[in-house]
Design a protein around this ligand. Structure first.
Ligand SMILES: Cc1cc2nc3c(=O)[nH]c(=O)nc-3n(C[C@H](O)[C@H](O)[C@H](O)COP(=O)(O)OP(=O)(O)OC[C@H]3O[C@@H](n4cnc5c(N)ncnc54)[C@H](O)[C@@H]3O)c2cc1C
Length: 394
């Protein structure tokens, strides 16, 4: 399909879960797609690797992959059917769950998705950084000076997105919303034999950081230990709190991997991440749950919506801004907006009142909260199961 004199129909900057999902779908729709990523895959990505049920529904809907097919292909590396929550050292909840928590190693997961996009027909350039966007010609410019022209440009280049910064500098997207609500995620990887007890389920800890939480997640070969919380609420205490958490787990920092950190957009999602033929998906638009920090689903879901919006624009001559915003307002913003409103009372209760009220809350609403995480109910329609709308219409 040709859409004029452009070299490509769509150039996607970034080949993480967001970029690969958009590339896969757009290639399947018949467009000529180029993905450019600064890394060579497989590349490491700091992450807990937890995938929720709503992500599995998307993987099935978009890629035709199921839990069983992904297990056979060694993409899933751990399955847990219960979880635990602590307030500092005090246990609060330990529950069995009907829908399991599934874990991936991002190096493998991201590579798998990018391969899917390649098989669908997308061209992929690895190891080349995009350093600028030329709005007048709809081109991206890479660090080697190469220019790639296309009709649409998708920024899927993560939380430090160059495409977003370019849209900010050109005054095309409002930068005002971005600065506040950034968080930091810190993680170490621990060999299983360094842990005092065998870890076979995810465990969350409140009370070690403010406006956030800490976690111990099982993987097949290693245990992922991390903390994520709002920068503004923790300031310089962040690393110290993480060391306290590691000491609490009896982990010697010399026997775990080096502490690594990465920013997380934690409630600073953009309200208009689109301008003419340029749009942002995933972390680059700040699409991460402002309470749980879940971002893989939102990266892939916004990419799915972006692909449909581009298709609608190219095939039916609809305006891209209107189409993408219509889908975001229907499927992404209600969740992020309600979660952001809900987190003030939630974290205030956690921090001011401590153990007993939180335990009471989790005892009463633990099952609903897990269903919410998995996408079986929404923040907005919390009281009712099955409010989730997966259809795409304009
Ligand atoms: C410590 C931590 C733990 C987390 N744990 C979880 C979890 O358990 N579950 C969950 O759902 N989410 C988790 N998240 C969030 C999740 O990792 C992100 O939301 C998700 O990776 C976003 O996907 P993306 O495709 O938008 O961006 P990314 O995954 O960041 O991919 C962006 C891609 O763009 C490339 N890129 C960047 N800049 C350029 C450039 N200039 N030119 C070319 N390429 C470029 C990068 O190399 C990268 O491949 C965690 C985050 C952190 C920091």
């Amino acid at each position: 399909m040709s859409l004029g004199r452009s070299d490509y129909d769509i150039v996607i900057v970034g080949g993480g879960p967001g970029g690969s999902t958009a590339a896969y779908l757009l290639s399947k729709f018949g467009f000529q797609v180029l993905v450019i990523d600064k890394e060579n895959f497989p590349r490491p990505k700091l992450c807990g690797g937890l995938l929720t049920y709503k992500t599995f529904r998307l993987l099935d809907r978009v890629f035709g992959e199921t839990e069983s097919s992904l297990t056979d292909k060694h993409i899933l590396n751990f399955r847990a059917d219960h979880y635990e929550v602590f307030y500092k050292d005090k246990p609060m909840v330990k529950k069995h769950v009907d829908i399991p928590f599934l874990f991936v190693d991002r190096k493998i997961y991201d590579s798998f998705l990018l391969e899917k996009a390649r098989e669908a027909g997308a061209e992929i350039i690895e190891g080349e950084k995009v350093k600028a966007v030329d709005f007048s010609t709809t081109e991206v410019v890479t660090s080697t000076g190469e220019r790639f022209r296309s009709r649409f440009i998708v920024g899927a280049d993560g939380v430090n997105s160059v495409v977003r910064k370019e849209l900010f500098s050109a005054g095309r997207v409002d930068a005002h919303e971005w600065g506040r609500n950034l968080a930091t995620g810190l993680e170490v990887f621990v060999n299983r034999d360094e842990m005092i007890k065998a870890i076979d389920h995810p465990t969350l800890f409140f009370g070690f950081v403010r406006w956030g939480y800490s976690w111990v997640f099982p993987n097949r070969d290693v245990i992922v230990v991390g903390s994520g919380s709002l920068n503004a609420a923790n300031r310089s205490d962040f690393l110290k709190s993480f060391h306290n958490f590691l000491s609490f787990l009896n982990l010697n920092t010399e026997r775990v991997s080096r502490i690594a950190g990465h920013p997380v957009p934690y409630g600073n999602f953009l309200h208009k991440p689109v301008s003419e033929n340029f749009l942002l998906v995933g972390d680059s638009a700040g699409f991460v749950d402002p309470i749980t920090g879940e971002g893989i689903f939102y990266a892939q879901r916004s990419a799915e919506l972006a692909a449909w919006a581009i298709r609608e624009c190219a095939h039916n001559n609809r305006n891209l801004e209107t189409s993408y915003l219509h889908l975001l307002h229907r499927h992404i913003y209600p969740e992020l907006v309600y979660a952001k409103k809900a987190r003030l009372p939630i974290f205030t209760v956690f921090e001011r009142l401590g153990y007993y009220p939180v335990k009471l809350l989790l005892d009463r609403m633990g099952t609903e909260a897990i269903e919410l995480v998995h996408g079986l109910r929404t923040y907005k329609g919390f009281k009712k199961q099955g409010e989730v709308d997966e259809t795409i219409s304009f």
